[in-house]
Design a protein around this ligand. Structure first.
Ligand code: GUN
Ligand code: FE
Length: 432
């Protein structure tokens, strides 16, 4: 396929064994079929290639799996260096002992460049095509991260983190600094000419942000129509601390909502929602807030298990987050696997009426559920932006030749990693 530059959207056909989610219960599969991309948008999947598309170039991936790209709704780029460490701690100690000291290092731009390079390479080679990413409080390092992400061809939202209280001296801003740096960061992004890398307001979480800072960010959200990402109701001591810090708020989510940071002015993602009270869930629903379910992190730092079954039944918008480094890996294959395992823990020990999540349901969360944050993304149905990954599952040998396509996709959740991702397309552009 000719390289026509990032602006050009491509038209082509991929041939292979194709699967995508229609809805949470339904994985649609087509063996040896064609998926058509015209000007970066899917025209659908066909057993026989329609005449209208006969002149398009065909990439033949026969025998390989072609899946929609995955959307990671919650990941911390500067935590990549210590993934796998500190898992004996719970949230607030883990932040103090690991997250804050590591993130403070990114004011050294040479460290930031080397460290972010490792993270970006990891994201590039995996099955993720879109992501919402926390950086650090340092605007220059954050812009450096965005430069690197733009180069990859992935589509991402990246936030300069805001924190003006309850943080170590080496990693905290004044309210004025935090707002001024955010404004400067937004202006720099506007001038950058990025085509695929977008800013997202990122108040870290309520314990790190004064009301004044939240209100200031709310004004920016309104002025620029910006999306917002943060953390919500992750662990019990955190929730108790928010009650103490913000006694006037009826519940944790209200501390964002009263500043216009809860989906009122632009799209909003809240990570976790493990222990959300009913009023909070109702407001999440009313405001169309996306929940980033981060099951591996929730198990690793002993936060609990989010009631995702309930969220799906109530029609909330839910996607998956790898949440590195609370999660150990950027792989959404792993996040899907942990989502299933966590839901079984919930059914066994927390609420036996909560039926565990199924494989089609978690596949939906990783693709169409999270993709919805970016628009019509995460499916091969007609009209969806064309994000695809090609998976070589011959590298996962088995004597079971009678496997269905559904079974082949299912076992990827348990067996696949970056090494099996052999092709990647984002919004119709081939990355490799
Ligand atoms: N809450 C506030 N900051 C963080 C973070 O970095 N990770 C997680 N998991 N929760 C948080
Ligand atoms: Fe997080």
């Amino acid at each position: 396929m000719p390289e026509t530059g990032p602006e050009a959207q491509e038209s082509f056909v991929l041939r292979g064994d194709i699967a995508y989610s229609k809805d949470p219960e339904t994985l649609v599969t087509y063996e040896d079929a064609y998926v058509v991309c015209v000007d970066g948008v899917s025209r659908g999947v066909f057993k026989t290639l329609p005449d209208d598309y006969r002149d398009l170039p065909v990439e033949d991936y026969s025998g390989r799996l072609i899946l929609p790209g995955f959307s990671d709704l919650h990941v911390h780029a500067p935590q990549y260096q210590y993934r796998g460490n500190g898992m004996d701690l719970t949230l607030l100690d883990w932040l103090d002992q690991y997250a804050f000291p590591e993130e403070a290092k990114y004011s050294d731009l040479s460290y930031a460049e080397r460290a972010y390079d490792l993270f970006v390479e990891d994201l590039y080679v995996g099955a993720t095509t879109r992501a919402c990413i926390f950086a650090t409080i340092d605007p220059d390092a954050t812009l450096g991260l965005m430069d690197m992400l733009e180069e990859t061809g992935l589509i991402t939202c990246v936030g300069k983190v805001n924190m003006d209280r309850n943080a170590p001296e080496t990693y905290v801003e004044t309210t004025e600094e935090s707002l001024a740096d955010t404004q400067a960061f937004l202006e720099a992004v506007a001038e950058s000419g990025y085509l695929r890398t977008f800013p997202i307001l990122t108040p870290r979480f309520t314990p790190s942000c004064t009301r004044e800072l939240m209100d200031g960010l709310g004004r920016l959200a309104k002025e620029y129509g910006l999306p917002v990402q943060s953390h919500l109701s992750e662990n019990k001591p955190e929730i108790a601390w928010v009650k103490e810090l913000e006694p006037d708020a009826a519940f944790y989510g209200a501390t964002y909502d009263r500043s216009g940071l809860f989906g009122e002015n632009g799209k909003c993602i809240m990570a976790h929602c493990v222990h959300s009270v009913d009023e909070e869930v109702a407001l999440i629903n009313e405001r169309g807030v996306f929940i980033a379910h981060c099951p591996e992190c929730n198990l690793n730092i002993s936060s609990g298990v989010a009631p995702v079954r309930r969220y799906l039944e109530e029609g909330l918008r839910v996607g998956l987050g790898s949440d590195v480094a609370g999660g150990s890996t950027t792989s959404l294959f792993a996040a899907m696997r942990y989502a299933i395992i966590a839901s079984k823990v919930r059914a066994m020990f927390i609420n036996e009426n909560d039926r565990p999540l199924t494989f089609p349901e978690v596949f939906y969360l990783a693709t169409k559920g999270g993709g919805a944050f970016f628009g019509r993304v995460g499916s091969f149905e007609e009209g969806y932006e064309f994000d695809a990954v090609v998976i070589d599952d011959e590298a996962l040998p088995t004597m079971r030749e009678e496997q269905t396509l559904t079974e082949r996709v299912e076992r990827l959740l348990y067996l696949a990693d970056d090494r099996h991702v052999t092709g990647k397309y984002v919004a119709g552009r081939k990355l490799y």
